[in-house]
Design a protein around this ligand. Structure first.
Ligand code: NDP
Length: 243
């Protein structure tokens, strides 16, 4: 089998950050179900059955490095990185503190950068790899009360496209998945009024299930998507159409 043929074949070593709940858990479970060897990193543990459970706060470069070292020792070099872990600290611009801004940027954007930079070392040696960054429709559309979050998620698009250009010659792809509203802890906090308003704007008239986001991620990591890089794949029920 050539390197290119292996790129996307099942049985690979996959790292999903934030894989203990919500979208990340669904992504980890989907890779496990198709026979990949999956490591899940979180701050609090609770990886799904069949995944290597690794503690790692992605705001700390030393913890990111240590997590990769553990995964490399236990499973081998990471071939598929899914940078999914993320947070919100929503508030209107004039009420936003520097901490609200910097913690969201540090987790969602800089955290993804720390992961990608560390993962790229192993992928360059392998001369193959798949990088999927979990962004949001909000990164493309903007959202009142989410200046920090939208900036962090928008930044992931420029990051993925730059990585796609920088590492493409080594058969490493970098893509973005941009979910709309998904049923998870993150959206649980919205009021009934806010939820109804969101659904009213979504052509499909409902929230996504985490598994529906996982489908796009596993596809981007699959052999079928070997020629897809620098793409932004919306999984948003049509909410962000045209962006
Ligand atoms: P949840 O709030 O359900 O889960 C967030 C995950 O991120 C948890 O696993 C959490 O693990 C992890 N995490 C948060 N901060 C850190 C950190 N500093 N270091 C390591 N892990 C961390 O989120 P969702 O499943 O809803 O969202 C997953 C991704 O999808 C996020 O990037 C989010 O922005 C994005 N998204 C979500 C949408 C939605 O509607 N839900 C819509 C569009 C995008 P732990 O707390 O154990 O560390």
């Amino acid at each position: 089998m050539t390197d290119t043929a292996q790129n996307g074949a099942p049985g690979r070593i996959v790292l999903v950050t934030g894989g203990n709940r919500g979208i990340g858990r669904a992504i980890a479970e989907a890779f496990i179900a198709q026979g990949d060897r999956v490591a899940v990193t979180t701050r609090n543990g609770g990886a799904p059955d069949g995944a290597l459970d690794v503690r790692c706060d992605i705001t700390d470069a030393a913890q990111v490095d240590a997590a990769f070292t553990t995964i490399e020792a236990e499973l081998g070099p990471v071939e598929v990185l899914v940078a999914n872990a993320g947070i919100t600290k929503d508030t209107l611009l004039l009420r936003m503190s520097d901490e609200d801004w910097s913690s969201v940027i540090d987790t969602n954007l800089t955290g993804s950068y720390r992961l990608v930079r560390r993962a790229a070392k192993g992928m360059l040696k392998l001369r193959r790899g798949r990088i999927v960054l979990v962004s949001s429709v909000v990164g493309l559309l903007g959202s009142a009360g989410q200046v920090n979050y939208a900036a962090s998620k928008s930044g992931l698009v420029g990051m993925a496209r730059s990585i796609a250009r920088e590492l493409g010659s080594r058969s490493i792809t970098a893509n973005v998945v941009a979910p709309g509203f998904v049923e998870t802890d993150m959206t649980e906090v919205l009021s009934d009024e806010q939820r109804a308003a969101v659904k009213g704007q979504v052509p499909l008239g409902r929230y996504a299930r985490p598994e529906e986001v996982a489908g796009a991620v596993t596809w981007l990591a699959s052999e079928q998507a070997a020629y897809v890089t620098g793409a932004v794949i919306p999984v948003d029920g049509g909410l962000g159409m045209g962006h």
